[in-house]
Design a protein around this ligand. Sequence first.
Ligand code: T3D
Length: 273
Amino acid sequence: MPIDPAAAAPGGEPARSLVRTEVADGIATITLDRPEALNALTIPMKEELLAAFRAIGRDRSVRAVVLTGAGRAFCAGQDLKERLEPDATPLVVEVRERYNPIIRAMRSLPQPIVGAINGVAAGAGASLAFACDIRIAAEGASFVLAFGRIGLVPDSGASWFLPRLVGPAKAAEMALLGTTLSAADAERFGLVVSVVPSDGLAQEAHTVAGRLAGLAPRALAHTKRALDRSWSVGLDDALEDEALRQGIAGATADHAEGLAAFLEKRPPRFTGE
Ligand code: T3D
């Protein structure tokens, strides 16, 4: 979607899209598609991923997003071979200008994101998983903050998300020791909502995304923002923020539809208005 796969690459070869976006039934499925390198992130891939989120954010027909990886991994983080290239971008610039915008785009996306964690999520790949709203894992999936193993620090939001998702003690173990969290332990710590057999992951993620897609989009967008905001405000501030958002949601046609559906004992048909 963001990059035309048919467009010529510098060497004359058709550029291969490394991030696939498919939209069906109000659900956009984004697939990191570089399985030969465990979906490790290169610059073009990061650019495509950012473009994909931005395009989805503008598309009102999309009500929910599924983020997953092709092959046996979710994402192995930064492509370390690219990093060794002589003209590699300085780390501070790469993180600030290529990783952080993706994480911001995910968190400011009005639609909820379901992470379908099909395999290992390492380094910035784990950060991408953490930045989803809801995560479902395949039985063989795992999470590892691989940064420390190569003398780097957690980035792309990992140091912010992880303590909030699994608690400070587990986050410290994972961040400092680089301990791998299995899918089963990720469920125990609340990082993923469920663990399913590998061959059932896509279906389960789409079922959850389908439930989200059937809800009122504006209410979901406000809920997502309110949950994020709760980390940085006190109760008084949160109470007032809730009141304001409720005022906005209450004025939507979807709220009226929700009430009508309740009274008529039928499923609501939310339009996003
Ligand atoms: O720009 C910046 O650098 C700043 C941003 C940093 C953010 C980061 O993400 S830093 C962290 C980067 N990621 C890692 O350090 C993870 C490196 N990978 C691994 O530790 C392991 O591959 C895994 C634990 C993810 C999986 O292990 P395993 O045993 O299942 O697979 P493998 O055999 O190690 O890897 C399979 C292939 O994928 C292999 O290629 P080959 O030898 O078969 O041709 C391997 O080189 C490749 N691969 C895996 N991870 C990466 C990668 N290639 C490039 N970059 C990778 N990150």
